[in-house]
Design a protein around this ligand. Sequence first.
Ligand SMILES: [Zn+2]
Length: 462
Amino acid sequence: MKIGFHGAARTVTGSKYLLTLDHYRLLVDCGLFQGGFEMHQRNWRPLAFSPASVDDVLFTHAHIDHTGYFPRLAADGFTGRALATPPTKALLGVLLPDSGGLQEEEARFANKKGFSRHQPAKPLYTEDDANRSLQLLHRMEFDQETTLHKGLKVKLHRAGHILGASFAEIRYRDPEDDWKTVVFSGDLGRRAVPILHDPAPLPACDVLVCESTYGDRLHEATDPKEQLRRELSDSFRRGGFTVIPAFAVGRTQEILYHLFELFEEGRLPKVPVYVDSPMANSVVELYCRYRSEHDVEMQELEDNVGSPLQTPYFTVVRKRDESKKLNDLPGPGIVISASGMATGGRVLHHLLHRLPDARNTVLFVGYQAEGSLGRRLLEGETDVTVLGEGLTVKAAIKKIPALSAHADANEIIAWIKSAPTPPKRVYLTHGEPAAQDTFAARLRSELGLLVHVPEPDDVVEV
Ligand SMILES: [Zn+2]
């Protein structure tokens, strides 16, 4: 079998791995490159394979950097099955059309402001393309092995990263008639975080294709809820507004869960909280719907007080003009809005209005990719352009490093050690070069593993 690394190779976005067994082709994840201009441009390059030649697509989870290229793949000729766990399938019904709408909006905006390099700017795909691509989705239950092709079977295990997230165990028959196993980690979550089950242990495998987002970092041992309380108390004292750019899927729900507990425990003044993302609100509903995915604590809360994610503490903002009205509200207050790396979405309007005021705080609660506005703000840039307008940053720029949906280096190592036997070979993906090189060195020296770090479009025989 061959594996081609056509995205998330030496970078953290654009996940696309093409498996070829005889004439059968399975694409594991079909993500969008995200981040700065260079990443954006990569989505426009022709793929190293023809979309029509792919038989099936398998999604590990719903995040756009793992799924957001799919409408384009379908528009360019893919007609096979796209397989996902039931919650992932439901999330994609929200995320992909939204992504199409966002692509169209960006193209319109670029044309209006005249800052596109395409003349005229066009979307990578439209909301209609995204809706059409949803027709190709099929459910694949957790923990049930399914034969996709003669000599190739897939089982999805819970990865604890976001609702519906899985890692994929793929068994295939090699030319010597032996069954071999390759595991794709997808994005690996952490143990003991709110709402979802912990990641399942790693099965025995010949090849592990493993993410390495935090390959050179360890998450702070500090309780993220306590960090959130501290940063918010600080911000409330200054009387400003706190803007929390947050991924609509996963991070928003985790923040709401912590805020609910902090308000209930009386550890934080009950200030108004606006969830300004129609998508995040739809996703909250899905998080509540799939009770089979909830851990014991979440189930107990739901049984005793109702869902901590849907309470009177939180105001849902759906309409665009309601969103704009938030710009005039005095602090203290909190607005949670997407995108999490401030690369698009409604959060940009909030940043445009709140960044120039020293009383305000922008609180980052997730990973910020190289080149993203979020990363540049955290690195201390004071003159930035938001929605085509230049401004000087006066607001406090803070982050909560302990909050992460990704396992850190030690946690990935613990997961690899959870396998009954060590993987014979490891390919590191989904990491920036420094993180990958550090992590590869650790895996070699501490676990004695054979580790490779593929470059973009490398194809290996396994
Ligand atoms: Zn993810």
